[in-house]
Structures are given as structure tokens and as C-alpha cells.
Ligand binder design. Structure first.
Ligand SMILES: Nc1nc2c(c(=O)[nH]1)N[C@H]1C(S)=C(S)[C@@H](COP(=O)(O)O)O[C@H]1N2
Ligand SMILES: [Mo]
Length: 326
């Protein structure tokens, strides 16, 4: 999490520009309307192939209007920026390392083991997880602890749908998320920066909150490897490092599990990591953020408490000292 800013290196584009995605989505909505009127089925078969669909489309995904871009007074970050300016330290600490190296990560077959304080421990195949609940598109802000931000149309469903399947016991107070380790594909594992595997955790009520999204895609396509394929967590009111990528294990527990960043530097990275402009990181301010995609020298914009989601989540922390519990 170096605070040194790098110019995002933009690769030759193999990526569908968001204008194409927009028009494709409008087309799909029109077709869906026609289909509803005519009884036409099997739409997937007649969808046009966009010029450079590097990733499989997630046909039929509907945007959730409650979390639309219109509700956030910032523009969507371009797909190019979202997929080329990443933190995924398993592939290196440079912002373009994930794009350059994550392609080697094996994402098939993929299973996720859910265990610990649950009545029904279970290992899910990715396909089972994909189908567990209806997926929808939600535009969420992503605010990194390094004081930059993006606005991203994620696709997924509330993590609570998965947790309900395994029936948490009354002792379950925390949920831990563990990222895969693939030594042959992840050069970053040789760096001792983080005690691998990358682990994050939430309190049970945070994990069950409807904003917490089990995420399979972005911009209407499956997640690119560099963004945490094939599935990750997105916790929009917390700093980005709470949103673990490429998950293989979810463990419920009574006591608070160790998490990677807290293990390395507890005075810098707290367990809660709620976005809070009033509580600075010890080495830099958290009051403003640089919007990725703007000009590099554009003024930073003010950071919002709980990243703009205070109305939905502030009650989770009522009575808690957010300076002590950073
Ligand atoms: N396994 C793993 N998950 C991770 C990270 C990481 O290094 N490894 N970085 C985190 C950080 S610091 C951020 S800001 C987000 C970045 O997500 P993005 O690359 O999709 O924008 O992923 C988070 N999840
Ligand atoms: Mo981050």
C-alpha cells in the first residue's frame, strides 16, 4: 500500500469501452421488452458479440436502480481504468502488475469452502455459487486507503444469501475471507510484505448487511483476473483492502480472526477500516481522494464518511468510538 502514486500504464486496449457496454445493455433491455411482449425466449442465443468481448457476458443481469450511477454524483470509472489500475499484491505491488501477471491465475475449476461456526459446512463449486441467488448490477464507490477512488458497476448478490445456506451457529461472530495461493502464477507470494494467504474479515452483522456483495462481475462481464476472479467480496463503506479477491475459503468464528493488514501494521490498518475522512492514516490524510480517470493534477475531492453509505451502515457502529476502532 505504498503511498507513492504511479501513473497508470494504459495497455493497448483489448477491452470493451463502456460506451459499447452501455448500448449493448440498452439493446438487451429493449430485446427483453420485446421478448416479454412476444413470448420470445432463448435471448442469449441471439445476443450480438461485441467487438472485443474478452470476457464472457453475464446475460440477463439487471441493474439495481437503488444502486445506480445516478445515485452517486460521480461518473463511472472507465472499464479500462478499473481493470488496469489495481491492488492485488499476489501479483506485485505495482498498479499495473495485476493486469500484466494475473492472466496466469487458474480460475477453473474453482471451489469455495465454507466452514467453522456453521450448522452446514459445505464446499461449493463456483457454478453453484453463481446460481445461488439472482445477480444484479450495483454501482458502488471503491475507496482505497491510499486515497484514490473509483466508481464501479459490480455484479453480484448480497453475501447474506450464501451465509444463510450454511446456517451460522449462535456462536458465529466473525466471517473470514481467504484468497487462493497459486505459487506458480503469483510472483508476489515471494515477497514477505503480507503474511499469505491474503486474509480479511468482517463482523457477522457487517457480513450480513445487504450492501456487502458477493461479486462475480463488473461492467456486465465476469470479473477479470486482476479484479479478483472468479469471485470476491465488495464492502463499499470500507477501505478497499477489506474487499478480498479470488476467495477459496470463508470461515465463521466466535473470536476475531487475524487479518493480513492488521497483522503487519496494526497502527496503520485497523480491523474496521470504515472510510472516515476525520480519522487520518498515521502517514497521510484521509479527508480527500483522487478520482481515478480524472487528470492527474485535478484537485482531489472530499471523502465522505462511510464512503457515502452512512445512511445505510452508520447504525452498525452506534456507540462505538470510530477513532479507537479505525
Ligand atoms: N487477495 C487480495 N485481495 C485484495 C488485495 C490484494 O492485494 N490481495 N488488495 C485490496 C485492495 S488494497 C484494494 S483497494 C482492492 C482493489 O480492488 P480492484 O483492483 O478491483 O480495484 O482489492 C483488495 N483486495
Ligand atoms: Mo486499497
Amino acid at each position: 500500500m505504498s503511498s507513492r502514486l504511479r501513473y497508470p500504464r494504459i495497455p493497448a486496449s483489448q477491452i470493451t469501452p463502456e460506451s459499447v457496454w452501455q448500448s449493448r445493455r440498452q439493446w438487451m433491455q429493449q430485446m427483453a421488452g420485446i421478448a416479454a411482449g412476444t413470448g420470445l425466449t432463448g435471448l442469449g442465443a441471439v445476443l450480438p458479440q461485441t467487438a472485443a468481448a474478452a470476457l464472457p457476458a453475464m446475460d440477463g443481469i439487471q441493474p439495481n436502480p437503488q444502486y445506480s450511477a445516478a445515485k452517486i454524483d460521480r461518473k463511472l470509472t472507465t472499464e479500462k481504468d478499473i481493470t488496469s489500475y489495481n491492488n492485488f499484491y499476489e501479483f506485485g505491488t505495482g498498479k499495473s502488475d495485476p493486469l500484466d501477471y494475473a492472466g496466469k491465475m487458474r480460475i477453473e475449476p474453482w471451489q469455495v469452502q465454507v466452514s467453522g461456526e456453521v450448522e452446514k459446512p459445505r464446499t461449493f463449486d463456483l457454478d453453484e455459487l453463481v446460481k445461488l441467488a439472482p445477480q444484479e448490477e450495483r454501482v458502488y464507490r471503491l475507496r482505497c486507503v491510499e486515497a484514490w477512488s473509483m466508481v464501479i458497476p459490480w455484479v453480484g448478490y448480497p453475501l447474506s444469501a450464501l451465509l444463510k445456506q450454511v446456517q451460522p451457529t449462535s456462536k458465529a461472530k466473525y466471517v473470514q475471507f481467504v484468497t487462493d495461493t497459486q505459487p506458480e502464477a503469483m510472483p508476489g507470494l515471494n515477497d514477505r510484505i503480507i503474511p499469505w494467504p491474503y486474509r480479511e474479515a468482517l463482523r457477522m452483522d457487517e457480513a450480513m448487511h445487504p450492501l456487502t456483495l458477493l461479486t462475480f462481475g463488473l461492467y456486465g462481464k465476469r470479473l477479470p483476473n486482476q479484479n479478483g476472479a472468479p469471485l470476491r467480496i465488495i464492502v463499499p463503506w470500507k477501505y478497499g483492502f477489506k474487499s478480498g479477491k479470488s476467495l477459496v475459503r470463508i470461515v465463521l468464528s466466535e473470536s476475531r480472526p487475524e487479518t493480513s493488514w492488521v497483522a503487519i501494521a496494526p497502527s496503520e490498518y485497523g480491523f474496521y477500516a470504515n472510510v472516515n475522512p476525520d480519522v487520518p492514516h498515521p502517514r497521510w490524510s484521509q479527508s480527500h481522494e483522487r478520482v481515478i480517470g480524472g487528470g492527474f493534477f485535478d484537485p482531489k475531492v472530499p471523502t465522505l464518511k462511510f464512503n457515502g453509505y452512512a445512511e445505510q451502515v452508520a447504525s452498525l457502529y452506534s456507540g462505538m468510538d470510530l477513532r479507537a476502532n479505525y
